[in-house]
Design a protein around this ligand. Structure first.
Ligand code: FES
Length: 137
């Protein structure tokens, strides 16, 4: 699995999302309360740009007249017909057995491990031979 740098952490504060195309695939990366998640930005229903929909919570009810909201800001609602998906897993709440959005792992890595600076100094190979320093030009 190839790694792709998305953005510096300070450009993606909690509650934000970023859209990209990686290897021809539309991807959205979300920062949900400091955790990062990637989703395919294509709704499995009719192909809308799923991740451009609103972030909502999950409404559940144990008894008639009682509604509990959980997962606030963790569910994406498709902007075309309102299907809802869990950003953490891609699971559909319309028909979980048939529909799922591909989820991609996203996380933070130290900058030094993923980004090389653009400037490179000219280097010259140097060897030590019998107590003499030798420079090869
Ligand atoms: S295209 Fe997403 S719900 Fe229809």
């Amino acid at each position: 699995m190839a790694r792709h740098v998305i953005a510096p952490v300070d450009e993606m504060p909690p509650g934000t999302r970023k859209f990209l195309e990686i290897d021809g695939r539309p991807i959205a990366v979300f920062n949900i309360k400091g955790e990062y998640f990637g989703l395919m930005n294509r709704c499995p229903h009719q192909g809308a740009a799923l991740c451009e929909g609103p972030l909502i919570g999950l409404a559940q009810s144990k008894d008639p007249g009682e509604i509990e909201y959980t997962k606030l800001g963790e569910i994406i609602r498709c902007p075309w017909h309102g299907w809802e998906f869990d950003i953490r897993t891609g699971q559909s709440y319309c028909d979980p057995r048939r529909f799922r959005v591909k989820a991609y792992p996203a996380h933070v890595e130290p900058g030094a491990s993923v980004v090389k600076g653009p400037y490179v100094a000219e280097t010259i190979p140097v060897k030590v031979e019998s107590d003499y320093v030798v420079v090869e030009l």
